[in-house]
Design a protein around this ligand. Structure first.
Ligand code: SAH
Length: 240
């Protein structure tokens, strides 16, 4: 059996009971090295196997191969579907007779970070990754444009990296064509981990902020506002 497990932000109490059970049932826990380093202290008696970034295919194949004879967990941060390994495991499944897959959902960064900022995700939301490793820059731009035009709250994952230092700025410029510079925005770094940091600002200020790879960025819709110092997108109950 292969469990593809989302462990949430990394905080012990952000993990679901089902995720914890899957890890406890597993003979082997496989993951990207940052993730195994986070889980080892919580499950010191377990056997772990890790590898590096961009070795996703090898990792999934190793997990499926091991799952033919053992119970294995392949761990992802947040949720295992969203920019995670769940689909890739299904894509290779047929090559590993005897292996079965169960997806164990987790709290994705959008929601664990949303709770830190306030309640920004109470209405229709578009989640967009700015990473162009697997998606063309043209497609990312089109999705940003459409989400901005549709007045969706926008959550940006993978907002920046060393090679893409100006991507957040470019994304804000696209959204600014459809939304006021005063739009309430925010970001959270290191959600549920050491050095957690949250900041609320407006869209023109967000344009000049520095995000890193462990940052999740929130751009409010036209209704989003600051209430009690928090970023809040009203659902409309008070006017309904
Ligand atoms: N499967 C993960 C997302 C993986 S993509 C999930 O569901 O959360 C990696 C991106 O997720 C990062 O670049 C960042 O934008 C976001 N992210 C993941 N964990 C985070 C954390 N602890 N703090 C802030 N952002 C995080």
């Amino acid at each position: 059996m292969l469990y593809v497990v989302g462990f949430g932000s990394g905080a012990r109490d952000c993990m679901t009971a089902a995720a914890e059970q899957a890890l406890l049932k597993s003979d082997l826990i496989i993951g990207y090295k940052t993730y195994t380093a986070l889980m080892k202290p919580y499950f010191p008696e377990k056997q772990f196997l890790e590898n590096g970034m961009r070795q996703e295919t090898e990792r999934v194949r190793l997990a499926l191969g091991s799952a033919q004879t053992q119970t294995v967990s392949l761990i992802c941060s947040g949720d295992p579907e969203l920019y995670g390994m769940a689909a890739l495991a299904y894509e290779y499944l047929a090559e590993y007779p005897g292996a079965e897959i169960e997806i164990v959902p987790g709290i994705t960064a959008a929601f664990s970070g949303g709770a830190v900022l306030g309640a920004p995700l109470t209405h229709d939301t578009a989640i967009i990754s700015l990473s162009d490793l697997l998606t063309s820059p043209e497609k990312i731009e089109r999705r940003l444009r459409s989400a901005a035009e549709g007045d969706f709250v926008i959550v940006l994952y993978n907002p920046s990296s060393k090679q893409r230092a100006d991507y957040l700025q470019k994304a804000c410029d696209i959204v600014l064509r459809h939304r006021s510079p005063e739009t309430v925005c925010g970001y959270v770094k290191n959600i549920g981990r050491k050095g957690e940091y949250a900041h609320i600002c407006n869209l023109s200020e967000l344009r000049n902020e520095q995000a890193d790879m462990l940052t999740t960025v929130y751009i409010g819709n036209s209704e989003t506002r600051i209430i009690a110092g928090k970023m809040v997108t009203p659902r409309g109950y008070r006017h309904g």
